[in-house]
Design a protein around this ligand. Structure first.
Ligand SMILES: CC(C)(COP(=O)(O)OP(=O)(O)OC[C@H]1O[C@@H](n2cnc3c(N)ncnc32)[C@H](O)[C@@H]1OP(=O)(O)O)[C@@H](O)C(=O)NCCC(=O)NCCS
Length: 419
């Protein structure tokens, strides 16, 4: 395999905060705090010379208007020189993947040798906006030249203008929420409630195993509480060791109460967290003395009509990434599929099976997935890349895949290789 520009790109290491359900252990932290926490920990764990970092790229899906470029705030950590440029990006739930591939591209172009990639999200701290009506009045009042004009402008405020506007997890183009899309996919692809609950149970059981044996916790920077009396958080807090199919069967569907099958148990929860990944040219890794976990062999993004099956674009992105890698599905030894909803995972797998690909669940999400671990939108890609690369090393797997569906009918697929 020849690499673009003769430059091969390595995943050297990754780590993350614990992923915690929104409103729980990380609720007082802003996304930028989480991002900086994960980045600082990665610098310490890898002992990377901060001066060697050429660029910082972080993803965030619901950014704060007060910190629009979260990546720059990471690169301004006291550990780093102030001259490291940084940009934030948004490819919805595939943002974490996109930061890794953006790092790849900068390295391949020869613009960078070492890039700190990552992502963060705080769904405990979503930006609550003023209504357009209120915003217009406040702008007018702010520009008023006299007190009378200001009072007159403010007097136009009606109670309806004071209703805050919160971002919805819905498609701007169709108005359909992610959950409704998951329902639609369950129905159109005939994914039963039982099959969804089974996948969710599997996610919890495997994540519990990965937590108990330290594979997942090894990737987590323990979160030190900011308030006296709070406990240190060393693991993801959404993983249920005690759940069962019977308990899950009791839950009412959330997005289609009468005929639906998507429930709180077979959906990924709203989550807070951040991840960071150290990406380098192979040459830089050698010079700096790192043994890469894996290399980026190829990647692809793709999209489908959001009005069709919103979360089914992996069936386009994965074949493209495999074609670019000059590999076949059967060459893959480990696969990480983002679990927005069990109905989406099972729909994606059904789409792959329709291509004649054999689905071997033994190599898919071997430490569970986003349903159990959680899904802080911008951080998930970094988690998946880190978990995949670490497990590829442990099992000495040659080729691995990360597949992530995303808002807008998009998907990102990334092929890693070991040797
Ligand atoms: C589905 C969703 C609405 C559920 O939110 P929620 O109601 O706050 O979820 P909770 O965690 O409180 O769970 C609801 C109930 O189900 C129970 N439950 C959830 N998972 C369970 C499980 N695995 N086993 C047993 N019970 C479970 C909870 O204990 C809770 O019970 P309670 O009401 O008695 O306390 C929310 O998680 C969501 O919107 N997820 C989708 C996010 C999304 O769209 N992401 C984008 C993907 S790309």
């Amino acid at each position: 395999m020849s690499y673009p520009n003769g430059r091969r790109v390595a995943i050297v290491a990754g780590c993350r905060t614990p992923f915690c359900k929104a409103g729980t252990a990380l609720k007082d932290a802003r996304a930028v705090d989480l991002a900086r926490y994960a980045a600082r920990e990665l610098v310490e764990r890898t002992n990377i010379d901060p001066k060697a970092v050429d660029e910082v790229v972080f993803g965030q899906v619901v950014p704060s208007a007060l910190v629009p470029n979260i990546a720059r705030e990471v690169s301004l950590l006291p550990q780093f020189p102030k001259e490291i440029p940084a940009f934030a990006l948004n490819r919805a739930c595939a943002s974490g993947n996109q930061t890794v591939t953006a790092a790849h591209d900068q390295i391949v172009l020869g613009h960078a040798n070492v890039v700190l990639a990552g992502g963060a999200e705080s769904l405990s701290d979503i930006p609550i906006l003023a209504s357009r009506q209120l915003a217009d009045i406040l702008v007018t009042a702010g520009k008023a030249r006299t007190l009378g004009a200001r009072v007159a402008a403010l007097a136009r405020i009606r109670p309806s203008a004071l209703v805050p506007v919160a971002p919805a997890i819905a498609e701007p183009s169709t108005g359909e929420s992610m959950g409704q899309s998951a329902e639609k996919m369950a129905k159109e692809n005939r994914i039963t409630r039982e099959a969804q609950d089974r996948w969710a149970l599997r996610s919890h059981q495997l994540a519990a195993k990965g937590t108990a044996d330290g594979r997942l916790t090894g990737e987590i920077a323990p979160w030190l509480p900011t308030r006296p009396g709070d406990a240190i958080v060393v693991q993801d807090n959404g993983i249920r060791t005690d759940t069962s199919l019977e308990q899950m069967a009791q839950l009412k569907p959330v997005f289609d109460r009468r005929y639906g099958s998507v429930t709180a148990a077979n959906s990924s929860p709203l989550t807070d967290g951040a991840s960071a990944v150290l990406v380098m040219s192979d040459a830089a890794a050698k010079t700096l003395g790192y043994e890469p976990l894996a290399y980026i062999r190829s990647y692809a993004v793709a999209a489908v009509d959001p009005g069709w099956q919103l979360l089914q674009a992996p069936v386009r992105a994965v074949p493209l990434a495999l074609e670019r890698a000059r590999l076949q599905w059967k060459d893959l030894g480990l696969i990480e599929i983002h679990e927005a909803f069990a109905s989406q995972v099972l729909s994606n797998l059904q789409g792959f099976a329709q291509k004649g690909w054999e689905i071997n669940e033994e190599i898919i999400n071997v430490m569970g997935g986003s349903i159990a671990i959680g899904h802080p939108f911008g951080a998930t890609g970094g988690r998946l890349v880190t978990t995949l690369a670490n497990e590829m090393k442990r099992r000495d797997v040659q080729f691995g895949l990360v597949s992530v569906c995303a808002q807008g009918g998009m998907a990102s697929a990334l092929v890693l290789e070991r040797r």
